[in-house]
Structures are given as C-alpha cells and as structure tokens.
Design a protein around this ligand. Structure first.
Ligand SMILES: [Zn+2]
Length: 241
C-alpha cells in the first residue's frame, strides 16, 4: 500500500478505492502515444490486471510520444515492449496481451472478463467495433483520441441504457482522427489525452462521480469543452438493445 500512499487521503479514493482499482481488469485497445501514457498511470496506480491489444511493431517515428518504448525496442512488438516496460514500473500488476488486430470475435472473448475497456486506437472502424461489443456485453468503456493539438474523451456506459453510445455521438461522419501520423500529433497532447483517459478510468473504478458527456481539448487555445450527448432514438447500434 505504501506505493499508493498519495492516493489514500483523497476523498473518493481512500483504501476502498485502492482495493477496487487493485481488483479491476482493464482491456486497452491500441498502445500508441495515448495508450502508452494511459497504461503508465494505470499500472503505476495499481490496476490489478491490464490486457494490452496491438498488432504493430515499434518504429523510430513512434519514439517521440510513445513513452513506454526505447531505442532498443525498435522492431519489437509493441505488446512485448510495453509489457517489459510496465512490469518494471509495477511488478504487482498482472499484464497480458493480444498481439493482432482487434475484431468482433476477440473482443467478445476478452471483454466479458474486463471491468472497463479503453479504446486508444487510431481509427473509427475499431472504435465502432468496440462500441458494438461493449453495447452487447454491457461493459463500460472510454473513448480517447488525439490528433494535431486536439484530444477527445468520453466515458460510455452501456450498462446505463438511457445514455448515448459512441455512434449516437458520431453517427456516420468520417473520422478525422483516422490518420494521426499524416495529420501530425504534438507529443505532449498524446500524453495529456492518455493521462486523462487514465484519470477517467481510475476515478470510475474507485467509485468517484465520472464526468459525463464528450470532452474536447484544444491545446492551441488551452481550452476544454464538454458537450452533453443525447441518445439517438434511431441509432443503429443502441436503439434496438
Ligand atoms: Zn447509439
């Protein structure tokens, strides 16, 4: 417990919150810039079990913002390099990985064992698949993304049927966040978005009141905006559940 002593005096966490965090399992889809930052805080804060999902290998252009990886990791699978780094950070966390692209089938087998899913992938298709799987299974998840100087976050609660799903919020709009490397990403913005995702996750697991709605961060003007997202009664993903 000494490792987490700074969390003990915080109202909303305390010993009971630390134990809930210790007993929780999170699946994280994507361990790029955002996922690396989020995973670091989850593991350093004592998450009990974390399953990392990614198909990619570490390249030189990742190193500016994907802070779990070192120059010696070039060419290694991100899942392996991330686990090595995170296990040194906190040997108490149980770390697992799925190396490969995430699709409906492996989501349906992994997610039921999880208390929370974090989507830190870089594409709309994966986020929609996470949305569908979490809706079917009733599992809360965090959508977190970043591009250029902007970040977006939303805690989605399929276990609360009156709340909007990801497709309610985004509909059929093409995803401007699809190509991070092409559009550019400021390294600290990936860190801010990742640390924010970890904050949402740990606060939710500890039992704190989680911020509702879609949260947009604009680092150029240093502004946060929060939008209430109404449930779409005709949403093709959540209206028939
Ligand atoms: Zn919906």
């Amino acid at each position: 417990m000494l490792r987490y002593a700074a969390h003990l005096p915080l109202s909303g966490i305390g010993k009971a919150g630390l134990l809930r965090i210790r007993d929780a399992h999170i699946a994280m889809v994507g361990i790029g810039g955002l996922g690396c930052a989020a995973a670091q805080y989850l593991v350093s804060s004592g998450i009990g079990k974390l399953t990392l999902c990614d198909y990619d290998t570490v390249t030189e252009s990742n190193l500016s913002r994907q802070i779990l990886y070192r120059a010696t990791d070039l060419g290694q699978l991100k899942t392996n390099a991330a686990i090595n780094s995170l296990q040194n950070l906190n040997p108490e966390t149980e770390l697992h990985s799925i190396t490969g692209r995430m699709h409906d089938e492996n989501m349906q087998s992994l997610f039921p064992d999880c208390d929370l899913v974090i989507d830190a992938s870089d594409n709309y298709g994966t986020r929609l698949a996470v949305n569908r799987s979490c809706l079917e299974l009733g599992i809360p998840w965090i959508m977190a993304s970043c591009i250029r100087m902007e970040g977006q976050l939303m805690l989605l609660r399929p276990d609360l049927p009156e709340q909007a799903c990801y497709r309610c919020a985004y509909g059929e709009a093409p995803d401007a966040l699809e190509d991070c490397p092409g559009a550019g990403i400021f390294a600290p913005v990936a860190g801010i978005a990742g640390a924010s995702a970890a904050h949402f996750a740990l606060a939710y697991l500890a039992g704190m009141q989680a911020p509702e709605g879609l949260h947009l961060f604009d680092a150029t003007n240093w502004e946060w905006r929060s939008l209430k997202i109404p449930k779409n009664p005709n949403c093709q993903d959540c209206s028939n559940l």
